[in-house]
Design a protein around this ligand. Structure first.
Ligand code: SF4
Ligand code: SF4
Length: 280
């Protein structure tokens, strides 16, 4: 049976918040019986954009990650909710707007913080994947419709096909260690979850400091070479996908005309811009 999944490309998200606003436009003040009661005007962010800035000037990048209910297949809210939360055959999780009334405990049941408490209605609420629109034949939820970059796309396919896509596109889910089996997947998630080590290669030419393009940079751990890059026209290099807290590495640089340099770096929680590395 085909089921809904959401794929979000972190590299394409520009933090415009259109997805958040379109979802608000759909739900604030609007009642969809059987699906969701109205979202309050203030306080709820059923789609919430997280932000991570990596590096330091001049090598800085920012990643934005829209987060929402993951419509988990093994959902803690489903276990806690009993008949107040149900999983549809198409994968979508619905917190029943009638049966869940008064169930404030459900807010705590979601390890992703994706359930919001509606004080006025005494109701736990979440992003419903716009199931009420999909059931009318819509192909995308409001947020994906409003996304100007195509960063957000819903797809209804068999789970086996989705698994092939996960492997092919290297898709990741939030907090896989929880084993909740989310149906929201992220592409290029390393831009949020991993660190980079970067720097700029320079050398003295005619008494002047110049950037060095075409230098070979080895990224090593003890004697093992993990990756090799060539510096670009500005002399810059950037090794991405480095695990936070993974410890000590060596950057070894060589250029046939300008010489060599070597530096040790220790990766704690943040990305590192080493700065200028002078070849001698
Ligand atoms: S993300 Fe939270 S609210 Fe959504 S299905 Fe998973 S546990 Fe339930
Ligand atoms: S609409 Fe698209 S680009 Fe804008 S914040 Fe949402 S996912 Fe990102």
């Amino acid at each position: 049976m085909k089921k809904w999944n959401m794929i979000i490309d972190v590299a394409l998200c520009e933090n415009c918040n259109n997805c958040t606003l379109a979802t608000k436009d759909e739900h604030v003040g609007n009642d969809f019986p059987g699906y969701a009661a109205p979202q309050p005007l203030h306080g709820h962010r059923w789609i919430e954009i997280k932000r991570k800035v990596r590096g330091s000037s001049p090598m800085v990048d920012a990643a934005h990650v829209p987060t929402m209910c993951n419509h988990c297949d093994d959902a803690p809210c489903l276990r806690a909710g009993l008949d107040a939360v149900r999983k549809r055959a198409d994968g979508i999780v619905i917190i029943d707007p009638q049966k869940a009334r008064g169930r404030r405990d459900l807010v705590e049941s979601c390890p992703y913080g994706a359930i919001w408490w509606n004080e006025e209605l005494q109701l736990p609420q979440h992003w419903i994947f716009e199931a009420h629109l999909l059931d009318q034949g819509w192909q995308q939820p409001r947020g994906a419709h409003a996304c100007p970059t195509g960063a957000m796309k819903a797809i209804k396919i068999e789970d086996s096909e989705m698994q092939d896509l996960v492997n092919k596109e290297k898709l990741e889910v939030l907090r896989p260690e929880l084993k909740t089996k989310p149906r929201v997947y992220y592409k290029n998630f390393h831009r949020y979850s991993k660190c980079f080590i970067g720097g700029s290669i320079v050398a003295m030419t005619d008494g002047r400091k110049d950037c060095v393009s075409g230098a070979t940079i080895e990224f090593r751990r003890e004697m093992d070479i993990i990756d090799v890059q060539t510096s670009d026209m500005f002399g810059d290099f950037k090794f991405d996908f480095v695990e936070p807290g993974s410890g000590a590495y060596v950057i070894a640089i060589s250029h046939e005309r300008h010489g060599r340099a070597q530096v040790s770096v220790n990766v704690a929680t943040e990305s590192i811009y080493i700065g200028d590395l002078m070849l001698t």
